[in-house]
Design a protein around this ligand. Structure first.
Ligand code: UD1
Length: 417
């Protein structure tokens, strides 16, 4: 497994382009299962999670080929409704394939999904919603079997929590259901809007994506489409954190700044200056970072839980006290133990962590415990004095396309060995 070697405290400089969003690409690849004809999906990042989604499509009999950042997907020859345990365990978003296979074939068999350990991550909202749409679902020893005796039917679904994955599963399933589906308390993340945009290009009738209420009029068939995946807002937050802790001036291109509405103010609070223009962020860190204050993660448009770990890395070396309240996931502080090895000053209990900025972090040997946490360790390594060695255990590659090369292109000293 790859390790990253970082020589800390080097200033970054230059320009980078933002990769496409992992969290948009995954549900869109699942949604291709609903379509007849070829799909051309541009700006797909090269990531191990995307490779898993491609493997699932191929296992089901579909053709999926990559040409750089473009994926050509044709699902006409789909000939299976079972996704094996080995593929399902590779990532949590594999559960999105449930709604898609069910809508296309009237039955599906999957095992419970895997993914990063961020506390219990049930799929009850996904299953309850599909049941409301007429699916009969049984669970045996970690396997989920679903079929639709009368086909999927539109339903009114009020989500108890605006789950991103459940909202995506419902939108996908409802696109080919009979009648109208209305989701209230739907997730509003930009990735939901991207999924709806793609499906509407395929002939679906989805309105209200990005608002709390999404209405889907089911249609009989969908065709393939050409689609461009949105840029990855979490990678943007990670790169800005990297620039912030090294006192750097960088430019990030191909950004949709509207997606960073809750993220940009946190950097400004820390004393960073951002000039945002036409898909480009000119980012300047101050000589000395200030605490960003209170970071409370909530569903979009609030502060994203995925950006909490890199912002915590920033707060380690920011003057003053930063308070983190993680409301989305129960257990998302695995990076704290590693930060402490570096000389950070953090107290945490349950969902709250309090960071007192220190004047210096020390390069250390670290081990990643999840995807965004591993990116946060990279940020902390860039901030630290001396060498940091990170055993990423494959997590980083799930969501960041060659982060070592991206940071090296900005003059950072980050090497994969
Ligand atoms: C997606 C993102 C992930 C991000 C998360 C929250 C993808 C591929 N992943 O994950 O990066 O951190 O949104 O923004 O897009 N929950 C239930 N029952 C359910 C479903 C969810 O209780 O049936 C709970 C989860 O345990 C968690 C919370 O809801 O505490 C948020 O989960 P959800 O929004 O579903 O996240 P994911 O779709 O898994």
């Amino acid at each position: 497994m790859a390790k990253l070697l970082i020589e800390g405290q080097r200033k970054l400089r230059g320009e980078v382009s933002l990769q496409g969003s992992k969290n948009s690409t995954l549900p869109i690849l699942a949604a291709t299962l609903l379509t007849e004809g070829e799909n051309v999906i541009h700006n797909c990042p090269c990531l191990s999670d995307i490779d898993v989604a491609i493997s699932i499509l191929r296992y089901l009999g579909c053709s999926a080929t990559r040409h750089g950042h473009t994926l050509l997907v044709d699902t006409c020859n789909l000939n299976d409704t079972h996704i094996p345990d080995s593929l399902m365990r590779e990532m949590r978003s594999s559960v999105i394939f449930l709604g898609a296979v069910l809508a296309r074939c009237g039955r599906a068999r999957i095992s419970l999904p895997g993914g990063c350990e961020l506390g219990p991550r049930p799929v009850d909202l996904h299953l309850d919603s599909l049941r409301k749409m007429g699916a009969v679902i049984t669970e045996h020893h970690g396997e989920i079997r679903a079929h639709t005796p009368r086909g999927l039917e539109g339903a009114r679904i009020a989500l108890a929590f605006p789950s991103v994955g459940a909202t995506e599963n419902i939108i996908i399933a409802a696109s080919l259901a009979k009648g109208t589906t209305v989701i209230t308390n739907a997730a509003r993340e930009p990735e939901i809007v991207d999924l709806a945009d793609y499906l509407n290009k395929c002939g679906a009738m989805i309105s209200g994506a990005g608002d709390g209420t999404v209405v889907i009029e089911g249609v009989e068939r969908l065709h393939g489409a050409v689609h461009n995946i949105i840029p990855d807002r979490i990678v943007a937050a990670t790169l800005m954190s990297a620039a912030a802790v090294t006192g750097s001036h960088i430019v990030i291109n191909d950004v949709i700044s509207a997606h960073l509405g809750a993220i940009i103010p946190a950097f400004e609070e820390a004393g960073c200056r951002l000039s945002v223009k036409e898909g480009r962020i000119d980012f300047k860190a101050p000589q000395k970072l200030r605490s960003p204050g209170l970071i409370r993660t909530t569903p979009y448009p609030g502060f994203p839980t995925d950006a909490q770990p890199p912002l915590m890395a920033l707060s380690l070396v920011a003057e003053g006290t930063t308070v983190f309240v993680e409301t989305v996931f129960e257990s998302r502080y695995k990076h704290i133990g590693e930060f402490l090895r570096m000389g950070a000053n953090i107290k945490s209990e349950g969902r709250v962590a309090v960071v007192e900025g220190v004047s210096k972090l020390y390069g250390s040997k670290l081990k990643a415990g999840d995807l965004r946490g591993s990116a946060a360790l990279v940020v902390a390594g860039l901030a630290a004095q001396g060498k940091t060695e990170i055993d990423t255990t494959g997590y980083l590659e799930r969501g960041y396309e060659e982060l070592d090369a991206v940071l090296s292109s900005l003059d950072g000293s980050v090497r994969k060995v």
